[in-house]
Design a protein around this ligand. Structure first.
Ligand SMILES: Cc1cc2nc3c(=O)[nH]c(=O)nc-3n(C[C@H](O)[C@H](O)[C@H](O)COP(=O)(O)O)c2cc1C
Length: 327
């Protein structure tokens, strides 16, 4: 039986990108609730460090990133959306034991290895996008993770470190036979600046077609509407598109038929999000994390600026409920 779900989708696949301090179980559930059936296919956890997860003390803290509320799990199963744990680190043996531990203890549908994060303090350790410059170690890591789990193992990466080396790097990855490759069309040096280069993504698809056509490639970078995502699929031949910051511009991203959202509904979503956050994280995560999300709901209606400014003054959940006259 083929257990690689990445190969089983019909039509273009849309995923919500892994984003630290954003794609926890709460936000994923809220996005799932706002998505139309069949429009969102895969969601990811925030990246979780394997060395931290392997540490007797660090594990408690880092494993918060892997928490899945039952209500999210039910919704995922009902909608047929896959949930992937994204991990990062530098030691193949630790990847191996942590992947076994995750596979045994959590209901994830897949494991993704982060070979794309460009943050200085991380690449200095030789991890994430620094692995583009260490193909031998990258291969060892992928092999170690694949050996540790029956789940499909994908890799999320970039097109190079200082310059695009897409063909050489994707060739290395294809040799390890990952379940899928998610390619962000920027180098490490570009961070999140400038335009993502979809021409490089197209080159990766062409190479894949020539040497290992069974491995899905998903493109990532600057997709700000569903229609734009579909156009990228058409023009590059990728099997899917991953959406990161597009969800901040429009939390209803995965309900493309919906053209406008009333102020009342925006406030309802904000309150729904706040309640689920409080139920899940009260005493564990800082309330201020929510303010990033308030900015995305309270938009596109008269008077939104004033409400946003008022909300930035809130010091706790009660302030927000009180502000909107909600219990
Ligand atoms: C706030 C934030 C946090 C991120 N955290 C992660 C992460 O944990 N793992 C990862 O692979 N990429 C992470 N990324 C990168 C995104 O997954 C994505 O590759 C990038 O934002 C480009 O896509 P976009 O142009 O659609 O936003 C993060 C991006 C943002 C904006």
């Amino acid at each position: 039986m083929n257990t690689n779900f990445w190969q089983q989708f019909k039509g273009p696949v849309f995923s919500l990108a892994p984003m630290e301090d954003v794609t926890d179980t709460v936000f994923r559930e809220i996005v799932l609730r706002m998505s139309a059936p069949g429009k969102l296919h895969v969601v990811f956890t925030e990246f979780s460090n394997v060395e931290g997860l392997n540490h007797p003390v660090g594990r408690d803290r880092v494993s918060e990133r892997l928490i899945i509320n039952n209500s999210e799990l039910l919704l995922l199963r009902k909608m047929g959306v896959k949930l992937i744990a994204q991990i990062w680190g530098k030691t193949p043996e630790i990847y191996h034991s942590v992947t076994q531990w995750i596979t045994t203890n959590y209901p994830f549908d897949g494991i993704d290895i982060n070979m794309g994060c460009p943050v200085k303090k991380i690449v200095k350790q030789g991890a994430c996008s620094a692995l583009i410059g260490q193909p031998g170690l990258a291969r060892e890591i992928i092999t170690a993770v694949k050996e540790a789990t029956h789940l499909p193992v994908s890799v999320k990466t970039r097109t190079g470190i200082k310059q695009h080396v897409t063909e050489e790097w994707i060739n290395t990855l294809l040799e390890t036979n990952p379940a899928a490759i998610i390619l962000h069309g920027r180098t490490q040096q570009m961070q999140s600046d400038g335009e993502a280069n979809w021409e490089e993504i197209r080159k990766a698809v062409e190479l894949r077609n020539a040497i290992n056509p069974g491995i899905p490639i998903h493109g990532n970078g600057n997709v700000f509407s569903y229609q734009e995502g579909l156009e990228r699929v058409q023009s590059t031949g990728v099997e899917g598109v991953m959406v990161g910051r597009g969800i901040f511009k429009n939390p209803w991203f995965f309900d493309p038929e919906r053209l406008s959202v009333s102020k009342e509904e925006r406030v309802q979503k904000l309150l729904e999000h706040t309640r689920l956050f409080e139920e899940t994280w009260s005493g564990k995560k800082n309330f201020n994390i929510l303010k990033r999300f308030y900015k995305i709901y309270i938009n596109h209606f008269d008077g939104a600026g004033k409400i946003r400014a008022d909300l930035m003054e809130a010091t706790g959940f009660k302030d927000v409920y009180h502000y909107f006259g909600s219990q």
